[in-house]
Design a protein around this ligand. Structure first.
Ligand code: HEC
Length: 186
């Protein structure tokens, strides 16, 4: 029994020596320095609303929509596609959300999106954030868009509000989602 153990140990040593002599590259350890939040890069924004929007985006949205709003990319996106599922869309100027009105971006963020095609479904943030905090996130997201995209999006936002006003659709701070006003006498 003891002899067997010695043989095993000797064998292991031999393997280690062989590995050491074989010239195989040694695994290198990545130098990782952990830093506290106070050591993270400071925001380029001076506006506190944009700073809050940036922080909340980075904490709650970036791991899915990308740290620069680029969406799900690289190996992770390739794997998701290979599974026959949908990737997380971009929020920067290459994405589509600059085409959507603020009222609907707000609603989508509050309600989330249930879609079985998604590998990482869009969560609902209605209990996490109030409306103003969500719109601060979008103020930050809009910094990635072109001037033309920002102008277009401001215009569709204005138009949608105009249509809702014409139709008598009401939104209130308590119920920010459009609700049709019942016709008189109904
Ligand atoms: C767990 C991953 C995940 C997180 C976290 C997440 N999203 Fe999403 N989001 C998605 C997916 C997936 C979709 C696409 C849903 C679909 O179209 O079926 C999506 C879609 C959206 C859309 C619609 C975009 C489009 O092009 O149709 C908006 C707007 C959005 N997300 C905003 C946000 C915001 C703001 C946050 C952070 C507060 C956030 N999301 C956090 C996964 C995520």
């Amino acid at each position: 029994m003891a002899m067997k153990n010695v043989a095993v140990v000797a064998g292991l040593v031999a393997i280690m020596l062989l590995a050491a002599c074989s010239g195989a590259p040694k695994p290198t350890l990545l130098a990782v320095t952990l830093v506290g939040p106070e050591a993270l890069p400071t925001s380029v924004f001076t506006d506190p609303a944009l700073q809050r929007g940036e922080t909340n985006y980075q904490r709650y949205c970036a791991h899915c929509h990308g740290y620069h709003g680029e969406g799900q990319t690289g190996d992770s996106a390739a794997t998701t596609r290979a599974m026959g599922m949908k990737t997380v869309p971009a929020h920067d100027s290459t994405g589509l959300i600059w085409q959507y009105a603020d009222q609907l971006l707000l609603r989508t963020t509050k309600e989330g999106i249930l879609n079985s095609l998604n590998r990482y479904p869009m969560p609902a943030f209605g209990t996490t954030f109030d409306d103003a905090t969500i719109m601060e996130i979008y103020a930050y997201v809009k910094t990635w868009w072109t001037d033309e995209q920002r102008a277009y999006q401001a215009e569709v936002t204005r138009k949608l509000q105009e249509i809702w006003d014409t139709l008598g659709v009401e939104t209130t701070p308590e119920s920010p989602f459009a609700t049709a006003t019942p016709a008189p006498g109904s």
